[in-house]
Design a protein around this ligand. Structure first.
Ligand code: FAD
Ligand code: SF4
Length: 479
């Protein structure tokens, strides 16, 4: 129990200050500020150790939250970092990008009162950053090498979490990715104002220090045959994500000035990484309309603001309460100057007569009972109108994009394209092929970083359980 049980009565919830709006929209730096030590500790002391840690249940990786909050209260930062890593291989990243209002902090007992939840995510982030600053690294000195080797395909959060846990189980691991940098959507999708790319690079150093080997710039199926990985390794984990764009099939989608969300965000991130000017994405003086109200839509909104847009309007077919993403990201968009137009269904993207977009035709909607708990938007006849736009960004979500080499090896998919795992007596996260495991967005559909982390971690445990009774193919030196 906290030494100061009623601290929450005297100390209000105080997340770290964010960078002022006028400054943040000028660049791509992370907008979340950092705690100083006394502040982190004081905020941790607000935990009432309620006895039934709802926060822990609501956290998808089931972090030992009250336990590490106690260590922070006592100033035992390195021990807190070690405890965090027992459940979460990427705590500094989840602390930054989890929608805490829907997960741990939303479930905090104090959140059900007028006092507001403990700032769990910011503390998780601060502890890991501070531990790294002090030179802390995971201690694998007690790990006994098994001689087993596993290939991980995909260096996104699912693949990285799997690699971390495999090394802790004494299994050698090579992580393959088609990109030249690790992180998957952490690096190429999520914009730097939410997650600085240096944070992912530090994690790469940490994982390499644990003996993880990255084989980057290799597209499996094109540069390396999947078959060869199956032959060479004792098991393969596939964390290849979900990249099939949901096509709204809007007339006019091929006009100049119309972008799909992910290629737009990736191209902007890549040019920032190369330190190049905005060129094709110079939105100065332009009116931008973003179609879609999820987290990716919010990232497009805020990127368009930074690219100099004269106005950004986000169009969503339901109401604000039904938005699928984090309320925090909607608030940030609003603070940075984005306008929202709710209850509008896009009907067509409009041509200016020269192949360039000039606007979007929308119709008003009302929400009706769908029978499945989530109200469905219904168009209201006779309410069509036009929104002027020089640029339109379509952000309707993503579906799994299962590589054909998976099905060629008998891996079963659901009709949605999701990889099926754990069925018919299989181990958790094991596919219908006994040597192939999978997790993250390719199993769940587009979801969250922390759920991909959970899948990667748990898949590694299943792989270790399977291999424990099998002789290793080869003995390898790691490190
Ligand atoms: P990915 O991160 O997609 O990684 C898959 C990796 O596999 C990629 O690196 C890819 O290059 C590689 N790969 C695929 N095929 C091959 C192949 N054949 N050969 C080699 N490599 C291959 N979630 C949050 O929790 N918070 C957020 O704020 C948030 N913001 C988001 C913003 C955007 C714009 C997007 C698109 C998503 C966001 N998400 C967010 C969702 C989150 O990023 C994903 O749920 C998560 O990254 C999924 O992890 P993954 O490891 O399954 O897949
Ligand atoms: Fe909260 Fe995400 Fe951290 Fe879990 S991993 S404690 S949900 S911020």
């Amino acid at each position: 129990m906290s030494a100061k049980l009623f601290q929450f009565l005297d100390v209000p919830r105080q997340p770290p200050r964010t960078v002022p709006v006028a400054v943040r929209v000028l660049g791509y730096g992370e907008i979340g500020g950092d705690f100083a030590m006394p502040q982190a500790s004081t905020q941790a002391e607000r935990c009432i150790d309620c006895g039934n840690p709802y926060c822990e249940h609501a956290c998808p990786v089931h972090n030992y939250i009250p336990n590490w909050l106690k260590l922070v209260q006592q100033g035992r930062i390195l021990e807190a970092a070690t405890l965090m890593h027992e459940t979460n291989p990427l705590p500094e990243i989840c602390g930054r990008v989890c929608p805490q209002d829907r997960l741990c902090e939303g479930a905090c007992t104090l959140e059900q009162t007028a006092f507001g939840s403990v700032t769990i995510g910011s503390i998780e982030r601060w502890v890991t950053d501070e531990a790294f600053r002090q030179g802390w690294r995971p201690d694998l000195s007690n790990v006994r090498e098994t001689g087993h080797r596993v290939a991980v395909i995909g260096a996104g959060p699912a693949g990285l979490a799997c690699a971390d846990r495999l090394r802790r189980e004494g299994i050698a691991v090579d992580v393959y990715d088609r990109h030249r940098e690790i992180g998957g959507l952490l690096t190429f999708g999520i914009p730097p104002f939410k997650l600085d790319k240096g944070v992912v690079r530090t994690r790469r150093d940490v994982l390499e220090g644990m003996g993880v080997r990255f084989v980057l710039g290799k597209d499996i199926g094109r540069d390396v045959a999947f078959e060869s990985l199956l032959e060479e390794y004792d098991a393969v984990f596939v964390g290849t994500g979900a990249y099939t764009f949901v096509d709204g099939k809007l007339p006019g989608h091929a006009l100049q000035g119309v972008h799909d969300a992910l290629p737009f965000l990736i191209a902007n991130t890549e040019r920032l990484m190369r330190d190049e000017p905005a060129s094709m994405f110079d939105f100065h003086g332009k009116h931008v309309v973003v179609l879609g109200g999820g987290d990716t839509g919010m990232d497009c909104n805020r990127t368009a603001i930074r690219l100099g847009a004269a106005s950004v309007t986000c169009v969503y077919r339901r109401d604000e309460a039904s938005m699928p993403g984090s309320a925090r990201e909607v608030n940030y968009s609003r603070e940075e100057g984005v306008s929202f137009l709710f209850h509008r269904q896009p009907m067509a993207i409009l041509d200016d007569g020269n192949g360039q977009v000039r606007g979007v035709r929308v119709v008003e909607t009302r929400l009706v009972d769908s029978g499945d708990g989530r109200p469905k938007p219904q168009n209201i006849p006779g309410t069509e109108s036009e929104i002027a736009a020089d640029v339109v960004i379509q952000s309707f979500g993503f579906l799994p994009s299962p590589p054909e080499w998976l099905t060629a090896h008998g891996v079963q998919l659901a009709s949605s394209g999701k990889v099926i795992t754990g069925a018919h007596g299989r181990l958790p996260h094991q596919t219908s092929h006994p040597k192939i495991f999978a997790g993250g967005d390719n199993v769940r559909g587009a979801d969250l970083v922390v759920r991909a982390v959970y899948d990667g971690r748990e898949a590694a445990k299943s792989i270790a359980n399977m291999l424990v009774s099998e002789p290793a193919k080869t003995t390898v030196a790691v490190g």
